[in-house]
Design a protein around this ligand. Structure first.
Ligand SMILES: [Cu+2]
Length: 177
């Protein structure tokens, strides 16, 4: 989180007086750094946002939505060795929340309800990521902007309910992840 915020801030500070070409190069450099990070880093190197009942939840975030529907992304690590299943979610500012799976059909990606929930493999991770499974927050009660925090409750089959707060981040920052 701290790393992500400082990177974003650095980009903002560099903007005045820097040509578009240089900015593009800087973005490429940032993205290059992203892809070089080991895939497993969130669960191994970072402090979880929440750790409870045999689960650790890392790096929750909500890209700033354009309308009244937003997506919530995060990583759930099973630390119990028994696995679990995300079966429901709710958010303070959303009329309802749905678990969505995505399916690629040709050039389009379709979202569909994950009727049986989303499994957390024993000793493994459930990754809610852009382009993949996610929690869809629908019927937001007003504008949700970068800097806001969204209070969320996740419900797991074994672990029960776990509350957490997800920061809202600008879309530009999502692309760098
Ligand atoms: Cu969705």
């Amino acid at each position: 989180m701290a790393r992500r915020m400082s990177r974003w801030r650095a980009g903002r500070l560099a903007r005045p007086g820097v040509s578009a070409a240089l900015l593009a190069l800087a973005s490429l450099a940032l993205c290059g750094a992203c892809s070089q990070e080991p895939e497993a880093s969130p669960a191994q190197a970072e402090v979880p946002a929440v750790a409870a009942a045999g689960l650790a939840i890392f790096d929750p975030f909500v890209p700033a939505p354009a309308g009244d529907v937003a997506a919530l992304y995060l990583v759930v690590q099973d630390t119990s060795g028994q696995g679990d299943r995300l079966v429901a979610a709710s958010a303070e500012r959303a009329a309802r929340a749905m678990l969505h799976q995505t399916r690629r059909e040709g050039d389009t990606v379709r979202m569909l309800a994950a009727g049986d929930g989303l499994p957390v493999p024993a000793g493994g991770r459930l990754e809610l990521v852009p382009g993949g499974p996610h929690v869809m927050l629908m019927g937001l009660d007003g504008p949700v902007a970068p800097g806001d925090r969204v209070s969320v409750e996740l419900e797991f089959e074994r672990a029960g309910r776990i509350a957490l707060e997800a920061p809202v981040i600008p879309y530009a920052e999502v692309e760098r992840r």
